[in-house]
Design a protein around this ligand. Structure first.
Ligand SMILES: Nc1ncnc2c1ncn2[C@@H]1O[C@H](COP(=O)(O)OP(=O)(O)O)[C@@H](O)[C@H]1O
Ligand SMILES: [Mg+2]
Length: 386
């Protein structure tokens, strides 16, 4: 018997419907339940072939439990290691490398210093920072929002630099992004399940919460169809690169171009009272099917996580020294084979495989300037407070 578990917090509708749906399908050897945790001991496997994680972003204890479970063979959805590493600024960088349009975005140092740091912790920041360069690139009005956040918390629209300084005052230790505003004609929120099932939902972020999904797409005719096809393609590209099994991607459409706005939602809202009956039905069914498929494929004691193409290709691009070691070993093997005079066409060594599509371009190197100022540019405002 393979067990599928769901780990959740305050949600009241999706988890129960999910468990019920899996069990109702009566698949031989598969059963679903709410995860039960009695104790967590290192290197001890859980009873679960699959765990759907809906809450570990808020409960570090659960995140650590899930990493241990994953190491011991549970297919944890979403991959807790990747989720721990990911954030929105990186997501935007990755989107650019895979050809998905995103608003022009820069990263801002936090208003307040992180705990246990002093001014000397920031000697690598230029003072003042290149604010003009950043503003010329992003332009106003703009959005300022946390680089790792969600639920619309600390999301600001900023009209000009002064407005930015004023609002930045409120952001404490949050690392913020400053982002081009996309004045949109259409807005969509899209579920992506198992890296293949996509549901594109018109969404009106300016409506009150319970009416946001009660929206209609404005683009119509062939242009509308083309737009939906493009969005479908972008949703798959992003999720396959990131390696999420369960995620939503938001797009703001300006002049027919969908810009990805928010695509780091590994525990996306799936409440019947916000997404509505039809979307809820779709997500329950798609998640149940994905979990069953993953339970059937799950190999006990093995790594059953999904890794995005970014990580897979990174793992295949070891540092030069490693490559050289591999090359030497490969040459030695090849020489052995050819000397046997029976060598068939040898399969290429992993290093020789065609480079996969998603290889991020190397970051442009910028000459580091020695810190001449004692004070780091802690605020975008004029001077640092002591
Ligand atoms: N660059 C932007 N242009 C226009 N609207 C934006 C932009 N960024 C965010 N928004 C608006 O703010 C809302 C919340 O921002 P989002 O990036 O989705 O953060 P969260 O992860 O908190 O949901 C979006 O749904 C959208 O309505
Ligand atoms: Mg959002």
């Amino acid at each position: 018997m393979k067990k599928i578990g769901i780990l959740f917090g305050m949600e009241n509708t999706f988890p129960h419907a999910f468990v019920e749906r899996v069990n109702k399908k009566n698949i031989k050897g598969i059963v679903a339940e709410a995860v039960q945790i009695g104790s967590v001991q290192q290197a001890v496997a859980t009873d679960y072939a699959v765990i759907i994680d809906r809450i570990s972003q808020d409960v570090p204890f659960y995140r650590a439990y899930l990493k241990n479970a994953a190491l011991m063979g549970t297919a944890v959805i979403n991959n807790p290691f990747w989720w721990s590493a990911d954030e929105k600024f990186f997501n935007n960088c990755l989107a650019e490398t895979i050809g998905v349009p995103v608003p022009r975005t820069v990263l801002l140092p936090s208003k307040e210093r992180p705990a246990d740091t002093t001014e000397t912790s920031f000697r690598n920041l230029k003072f003042p920072m290149d604010w003009h360069q950043m503003f010329d690139y992003v332009r106003f009005p703009a959005y300022m929002k946390p680089h790792a956040g969600g639920g619309w918390k600390s999301v600001y629209r900023v009209a000009d630099p002064q407005d930015l300084w004023n609002k930045h005052e409120e952001t404490g230790q949050l690392v913020m992004m400053l982002q081009e505003e996309i004045v949109f004609d259409d807005y969509f929120r899209c579920y992506c399940i198992g890296g293949k099932e996509v549901r594109i939902m018109p969404y009106e972020p300016r409506n009150p919460h319970h009416l946001r999904y009660a929206a209609n797409m404005k683009a119509g005719g062939p242009a509308g169809e083309k737009l939906l096809e493009t969005i479908h393609d972008y949703v798959l590209r992003l999720n396959q690169a990131l390696g999420y099994d369960f995620n939503t991607v938001e797009f703001a459409v300006r002049d027919g171009i969908p810009y990805a706005i928010d695509f780091c939602n590994p525990a996306p809202d799936a409440d019947i009272y916000s997404v509505g009956q039809d979307n809820f039905e779709w997500v329950v069914e798609a998640a149940a099917n994905m979990a069953i498929e993953r339970a059937q494929q799950q190999k006990p004691g093995k790594n059953n996580l999904t890794w995005g193409s970014f990580i897979r290709t990174s793992a295949m691009n070891p540092p030069a020294a490693e490559l050289q070691k591999g090359e030497t070993a490969r040459k030695a093997t090849a020489a052995k084979k050819s000397s046997s005079a029976k060598a068939k066409a040898a399969a290429p060594a992993p290093q020789e495989e065609a480079a996969p599509a998603v290889v991020p371009a190397p970051a442009k190197s910028r000459a580091a300037k020695p810190a001449t100022e004692k004070t780091a540019a802690r605020t975008p405002a004029k001077k640092t407070k002591k």
